[in-house]
Design a protein around this ligand. Sequence first.
Ligand code: AHR
Length: 690
Amino acid sequence: MNKRTILGSALAGAALMCGGMAMVQASRAQAPAAQTPVLEVRADQVKGKSSPILHGLMTEELNYSYDGGLYAEQIRNRNFKEVPRLPRGRGGQQTPDANAPRQDGLVYWSLVQTGGGSGAMAPDKSQPMNQAMTNSLKLTVESAYANQRVGISNEGYWGMAVRPKTQYKATVWAKGGDGFTGPLTFALVSTDGKTVYAQARIPKITGSYSKYEATLTTAANAPETKDACFQIWAGGKGTVWLSFASLFPPTYENHGLRPDIMQMFADMRAKFLRFPGGNYVEGDNLENRWNWKATVGPMWERPGHWSPWGYWSSDGLGLLEYLEWCEDLDMEPVMAVYSGYSLDRKSVPAGEPLIPYVQDALDQIEYTIGDTGTKWGAQRAKDGHRAPFRLTYVEIGNEELLGRSGYAERYAQFYEAIKAKYPKLQIISAVPEVYKIGSKIPDVVDDHHYMSPPGMLGMWNLYDKYDRSNPQLFIGEWATRLVNGSPLTPPLQYGLTDAVGVLSFERNSDKILMQSYAPLFTNVNPGAHQWTCNLIGYDVLHSYGGVSYYVLKMFGQHHGDTILNVEGQDVGTREVPMRGPGINPNDPRMRTVPALYFSATRDSASGTIYLKVANPFETPQTVRVKVAGVSKIAPEGQLVELKGTSLEDTNSITDRTKIVDTLAKADGLGTDFTRNFPAYSFSVLLLKSK
Ligand code: AHR
């Protein structure tokens, strides 16, 4: 969107200018370096302490990140409020999908009538269950004898995940009428209706809305399949109103999130989570902003809202779930508050009109860290979490610009109110590259960079020049990507240029406090994504990491606490063309970039030095490595390596581990040794120093 272009000022703009996928591929060697390149790790020249929370995650509801993604709910349109719409992307209004075959409220649900049973379903707004669940599905049963099935079926998020020997928790709010008192049967069924994988029976229901819960257990010989749906059958004549229906498989720490994806974060050793956006915190307009108060409490009291990415958000993953996600993985929450600005470019003016939104932010913080004697701390305890969470960082909005919409004044109002009550909190500014906002020096500034592959190579020394007297930096969103033509998840080419970006963040992690790739997720089904190039892809059954996921995992697992100087000699250069798809296919210019990229850190406790080297080009590079300032490097160490044979090499939902990091012993090491860094590779050498 325009905002991106405007934001791409000095920093991003310079790099974007030279971008294009073909550029790195088409790169050619300059005159070969006369000498073997030397990397001299100066263990005696400490550049600074590396931020202990450098590597983390950024998340928002986009590409079916939560609903249909991390949030393990299997039922789509669980509160009968969704309407068929065409996704329009952020900032656009969603328009009704003229081709959608189904009615508002019934989308993703269909009628079941088998064996001669008959009935009808219709949306019904005349029987609201509460202020959030204003809609219901009215099922009228005309005939449902012993072998007949009459009911409703939910198709899930491109299927449902069935696994053997697994317990699913079904929760349904329903009431009967016109003589119907039960039974109801909940069932996990194959999509052709022929195989029942698990079922449970509710013998009786009442005439007012009540919650009915049951556990559905699959047999040991059940298949692993996504070819499944959830059905509710009514065993008698009359009417049933259904207001809410949910089905959960087992989740990570019982907090509603998918274990496979959570394990991927644990493996990355992510240290923080930036949430809830991104554009998601802003919303398309004030009404559809991320209103945290509507995202807490029981699932059936959360109304849901339109996400700016063109689809309905159930808000099942709400403030409490974000905080539990952080706690379960020992991550620092980096929590955004709504700043009064939305994607329709309207803002709430600073002063009186902004007061309710500043109060919402204070309440959000109180919910997070207030004790149970406070209003919102008590609410958190009621919601199931007595102890306050940890919180240090609060960001005011997302990707704002000075001057456009009064950010300086709005920022100041939030800053003063938050600091007055919580002086220890660090307030992050959402205006990149601006280090003073009005009279305020932000504690941290959030910079964003989406770059073409050669653009990302251009990031290499960007932050070396950063004025150390400026505030700390948060690279809150970044990725190698093209606006047009990027794949769904990063292939090897992007993984390697992303490695270059993170090497530069690591080298400057005395000032770069945190970095998070964005976006984090995509559901891979057709129609499920609004943004290309995402770190992790999944369907309802499986998940996988794009190549950059493995690169980031290598960084996270081999972080170190001290930045060491590394001097490169005779490293050589490459010329990469500035033309490329999505940029300017006819641009004749070339750009000179280094042939090799590197960084070193040390883990003080063990003395291990992590030397990281990216070779994004097609020629292997033999390098002499010297380590100064240590008396000894053990001859045997370890090598963690990621490599491929083509820049297009990629992981996918059907080939999930084609390009991953591998661990091997490395020998022949010392204070002066030679190593070969393969073509298209990223390596971490673990050197044991004395
Ligand atoms: O990461 C996708 C989007 O890019 C974010 O929502 C927004 O902050 C940025 O423009």
